[in-house]
Design a protein around this ligand. Structure first.
Ligand SMILES: O=C(CO)[C@H](O)[C@H](O)COP(=O)(O)O
Length: 264
């Protein structure tokens, strides 16, 4: 019998291959965005398995160190996001997510790449999220889905101030993310910043709730970007167009703007 790790890995792989099948352009695209995380590994594997005529001339835009390494490993051409020519857009950007609500708003940044991920997503004609069944949530901040909170990238000198502000705004816990066992001290992003993980009470349903919190966090002096990817009446800040979720039963559930597109 498959272990739960094997089940999760195969769910990620299935979701990635269906998303690439359905959304990688059928004629060679100029630019494709590549997100970060363990699910994106399968996205890049699926892209690398396509007919080379569809990928050889394409420039792949990474969202951080890890995705750049993935592209290098597969010998896919890399273009840094700041070299995207003015007026050009990315045909499709594929990325993972930590939590996705029923309206496709997401929490991202489990890998501390949320700034560059959002920068790529907002310059893509189509943004597709790929994940496994554990990421599906009715509303963001559901403790059983994603208890770690919203990743907030901050300029290092501002972290005590931003922490206090997030607490004033209702965060019940704000933690300076640490570098882990191999690094004493904070996790430093690809941009040289720190990450605060801010846990808020589960958000009520409705796009305004997400937008209002997102804009309030972004308004704090010192915040570079946060991991709420959202959209609605007040603008679009990286809410995906579709989400592909590998399920425990071996199927892929697809969430679109109007709800689930298959039997989920
Ligand atoms: O936002 C991200 C990195 O900053 C990742 O896409 C997110 O954490 C999901 O990762 P995984 O596919 O490993 O679950």
């Amino acid at each position: 019998m498959a272990t739960s790790e094997q089940l999760i890995a195969s769910a990620k792989k299935l979701a990635a291959s269906s998303a690439v099948d359905e959304h990688y352009p059928k004629s060679p695209p100029k630019y494709i965005g590549i997100g970060s995380g363990s699910t994106v590994v399968h996205v890049v594997d699926s892209i690398a398995a396509l007919d080379p005529s569809l990928t050889a001339s394409t420039k792949f835009i990474p969202t951080g160190f890890q995705s750049k390494q993935l592209l290098l490993r597969h010998k896919l051409q890399i273009l840094e996001i700041d070299l995207l020519p003015p007026g050009e857009s990315i045909s499709v950007a594929f990325d993972g997510a930590d939590e996705v609500d029923s309206q496709l708003n997401c929490i991202k940044g489990g890998g501390a790449c949320q700034f560059q991920e959002k920068l790529v997503a907002v310059q893509a004609d189509k943004f597709i999220v790929v994940a496994d069944f554990r990421k599906i949530s009715k509303t963001l901040g559901t403790p059983t889905t994603w208890p770690s909170g919203i990743p907030v990238e901050v300029v290092p000198s501002s972290y005590p101030y931003v922490t206090a502000k997030l607490e004033t705004m209702g965060a019940t816990k704000v933690v300076l993310r640490l570098g882990g066992t191999a690094k004493a001290g904070p996790c430093v992003t690809d941009n040289g910043n720190f990450v605060l993980d801010a846990v808020f009470p589960t958000l009520a349903e409705g796009e305004d709730v997400v937008q209002d919190l997102a804009e309030a966090i972004k308004g704090i002096v010192g915040v570079v970007e946060h991991g709420l990817f959202y959209g609605g009446s007040k603008g679009w800040k990286g809410r995906p167009e579709m989400g592909y979720f590998g399920m425990q039963d071996g199927t892929v559930a697809v969430l679109g703007k109007g709800g689930w597109l298959n039997n989920h």
